[in-house]
Structures are given as structure tokens and as C-alpha cells.
Design a protein. Structure first.
Length: 208
């Protein structure tokens, strides 16, 4: 099911493409200008769809020039990802500590799933934005999973010295594959099944 921006907390209503901002034009810098650019990028994305968004269009909507955009983001995809991160869900790794390895893995995979679902809010015929968000979600998941294994070792849940860091990639890679297929929704039940399978492998490795 295709989702809209309003399906996520904090998402703003859609606006028409290249809709002009009201109010007097003033010179903005720093965080104020960055917020204006991200707001404009979000409005362009939700109004026109990824394929139709241009840096020139975002700059015009924000009331600035393309140079101001390129000083902060190297390309359109990274700018739009930043707009999504601001409005919907953080894309970078964040601390996850539930007190157990099982809880941590479920939380990490749930966050990864949310990061990828962000790609469904706008039309993306070529899948370029979705692919980028998937890569970002997997990278964050790998980082978070490595930290979760380290904490589990400190708590005595696993023998961290016997568990290769490659095990951190197992649940992330499985979920990533499911998300890439995109034929069925990734449910909480599937995330739990992935977690249980991965934990069995991790604990088995620790016993060898």
C-alpha cells in the first residue's frame, strides 16, 4: 500500500509544486536557511515525486540559489533524504538499549523497517530514492547491531570473543533482502522470526 506524508507523525500536508512562499524576502543564514531548504525539498518531493524534483526547483521554492544547496548537500538524493529524516524518521544510527540482546535486535530491525518505509511516501518510478534509503538503513543497522552485540557480551548474554562481527550482519541482511523484494509488507512477526533465527546462530557460535 502506498503511504502518504500524512501517515507519519510530524509530516506536513502536501503542497503544489513550486508553490511560492508568502511573506517578505529576507536574507537567511545558518540553521534558518537550512530549515527553509529542507522544508522546500519536502514540499517539492511530496508534490511532484522524486523523478520531477530538481535542485533548481527546491532553491526557487526556498527563495535562495542552488549554490546554497550544494554547499550543504552534494546531490538531490542526499538533500531529499535529509528532508525525509527531518520530517519522518532519522536515517542515521542511534543508540538502542533495551536491556537484552533480543529486545535490541527487534528494536534495531524495527527502526530499519521504518527508515525504508519512508521511501513509500512519494512516487519513485526508478527506485533510486528507495535504493538510497535502503542502503542508509542497512548501514545504520550494521552499526547498531555491532553495538548491541558488544553490550550483550558485557552483560554476559553471549561470549563476544567467540562471536564474529559478521553475525551482526545476519539479521540486517535478511531484513534488507525482504525489503528489496518488496512483494509483501514486513510485519512485526517477520522481524521477530528473523531475530529468533539470528540469535540461535549467535548463541550456537558462542557454544563452540
Amino acid at each position: 500500500m502506498t503511504m502518504t506524508g500524512n501517515d507519519f507523525p510530524g509530516a506536513a500536508p502536501m503542497a503544489g509544486a513550486h508553490q511560492a512562499r508568502s511573506g517578505p524576502s529576507t536574507r537567511r543564514r545558518g540553521a534558518v536557511l537550512e530549515r527553509a531548504i529542507l522544508d522546500a525539498a519536502w514540499d517539492e518531493l511530496t508534490a511532484a515525486g522524486y523523478a520531477q524534483v530538481t535542485m533548481a526547483g527546491i532553491a526557487a521554492r526556498a527563495g535562495t540559489n542552488k549554490a546554497a544547496l550544494y554547499r550543504r548537500w552534494p546531490n538531490r538524493t542526499e538533500l531529499l533524504a535529509a528532508a525525509i529524516a527531518r520530517r519522518i524518521v532519522p536515517l542515521a544510527a542511534s543508540p538502542v538499549s533495551t536491556g537484552s540482546l533480543r529486545g535490541d535486535v527487534i528494536a534495531i530491525l524495527g527502526a530499519m523497517n521504518d527508515r525504508c518505509r519512508a521511501a513509500t511516501i512519494v512516487p519513485d518510478p526508478g527506485g533510486e530514492l528507495a535504493a538510497y534509503l535502503l542502503r542508509r538503513a542497512a548501514a545504520a543497522g550494521f552499526e547498531e547491531m555491532g553495538l548491541a552485540l558488544s553490550r550483550a557480551g558485557q552483560r554476559g548474554e553471549i561470549d563476544a570473543a567467540s562471536v564474529s562481527t559478521q553475525f551482526a550482519r545476519i539479521p540486517v541482511n535478511v531484513l534488507h533482502s525482504e525489503l528489496c523484494l518488496g512483494t509483501t509488507p514486513v510485519t512485526d512477526q517477520l522481524i521477530t522470526e528473523i531475530t529468533e533465527t539470528a540469535l540461535a546462530l549467535v548463541k550456537g557460535a558462542g557454544r563452540r
